[in-house]
Design a protein around this ligand. Sequence first.
Ligand code: ADP
Ligand code: MG
Length: 635
Amino acid sequence: MPDIIQLLPDNIANQIAAGEVIQRPASAVKELLENAVDASATSIQLIIVDAGKSLMQVIDNGKGMSDTDARMCFERHATSKIKKIEDLFQVRTMGFRGEALASIAAVAQVELKTRRAEDELGTLIEVENSTVIKQEPCVCPVGTNIAMKNLFFNVPARRNFLKSNAAEMRHIVEEFIRVAMAFPEIFFSLTSNGQEVFHLEAGSLKQRVLQVLGNQQASKLVSVKEEMDYMNVSGFVGKPETARKTRGDQYFFVNNRYIKSGYLNHAVMSAFEGLIPKDSFPLYALFIELDPSQVDINVHPTKQEIKFEDEKIIYAFIQAAVKHALAQFSVAPSLDFTLNADIQQLDALNKPFTEEKQHTASGSKLFSTFTQKHQAHAIEPTNKSELKHWKDFYTPAAPTPEGNNIPGIQQEADMLFSYEKSYGSIEQPAGTQHEIQHTQRNNSPVIPDSPLLQLHYTYIIATAASGFIMVHQQLAHERVLYERYSLAAHGKHIPSQQSLFPATLELITPDAILLQELLPDLKAIGYNIELFGKDSFIIHGTPADVAAGNEKHSIELLIEQFKHFTSDVKFSRREKLVRCMSRQQAIKAGQSLSQKEMLTLIEELFTCTTPNVTPTGSPTFIEFKEDYLDRMFGK
Ligand code: ADP
Ligand code: MG
């Protein structure tokens, strides 16, 4: 038998590695922008054609490269930023892995022109499939001009995976903003298909933040600034009135690197506690600076998730800094004025950090009040497991044959796990649903004309032929709306109400791009929204069940939910929208309902094709069978 192991050729190895670094045009944009920043550029232009699918080009006036470096930079693990492993713990540059350009050269056609100030001539290099196909001296300005053409031209499978131009462009804009926000002293511009989308003059951080978030926010920002030996935090939070229903403008930067951190976000949210409504999001752009040895940015290839040496200290510090800022600007109750003194007492924050200090600090009273209640693991995940108790509570009902729509608890519990796979998946052929709807099946177990009882403004008790059922009003309504919107999305007309006073909606650019993308689908389910200038929309009409005056809020909420929609199953955009809409518009628990409303809800529920569970698989009602009740009473 011959030996079978071979080394992969470089270009293949690079292509595979590229999978981690370059997932989509936006990830290439991020790398190119960061390289320009690392090269100390003061002007960085980003040029995009076709949402990056045809062209992504970054032109900087940074330090440029020698002709040898220009050739070297496309090699894997080629970097000027670290030399030995210890350097990894002191990195101050954005890049350091030396993988970006090698990855880019493996999956696109790259043209690089670069010149250092000390060289008279620059270098032109063309690379394709990880192979240099041209290298020659050229006349060009100092700095680097790198163009990536036809992303994934040689990996069609990945090219096919790219989303619509609007979706990819939205990601690009997000990455652009994240880099531009962190470096206000650098000029940035973004041009897409020949149109300048951003033109950000160099200036102060506040100016940059306002350039990105919109000048109308100027009077609504409160600056945050706290300095300790261990770390600094600076930046801005919005006054409580700027809190929105969508999460859009929330940015954390650690040593100028944008990061995602649910944990630190929670610290800010908790500082706002009591100042803003529960389901709204304050705006913030916070910059944390600390010794690079206290963070590990190496945990994620695109470096968006990082690990802190001691997260709890950072949590407490951020929370205190934000509270302090809000208090100073008298937007928080005055009691918080004492907070500054408290922060000072927090030993660990004032003195150089040692393990011993860390210990005493964690014992201090202030520290424990900071951390006990607010630390990440104290955030309860939504507790789906309660459903298990229901299952324990009942003796399993005899399995009901498929198609027989008398739901038993056992069946419901089982459906929790099989539902998404079988029914919940994507787009049903329109025809089948219409037919079902026309036959107006009514499998209601409820005895007609029997009185209905609402408990805790949440549950409806109805007498059934074989016992009683307990309906969860919110979940039941979610099911009803889900089926209604699904039909609408597949062409069944849904009544739309014309707004008397059309509301206008201003969004941040990435959200505006998303909404534009959703417009046709929103139209299908009864919204009439029109683009009105850059990033603004007019809402002319809404589905009949959206309360007047609530149009703007409902769209903001929808965008928010849409962005954060999570599911193990991959849904079409339309399906996601329908799911978000039905969740959002469902009557909530805690709302008092009249007899008539309860009756309508129950009638509508039992004309649904799948009345017994919500689209996500929660039961909408539970049936208490008479024989079971008898048994409970020992009869
Ligand atoms: P990394 O940034 O992790 O070092 P890259 O693959 O992004 O790796 O870049 C490789 C090297 O190429 C960098 O270390 C840098 O020396 C050089 N380089 C890349 N882009 C530029 C640029 N715009 N200007 C000057 N040098 C650059
Ligand atoms: Mg880099």
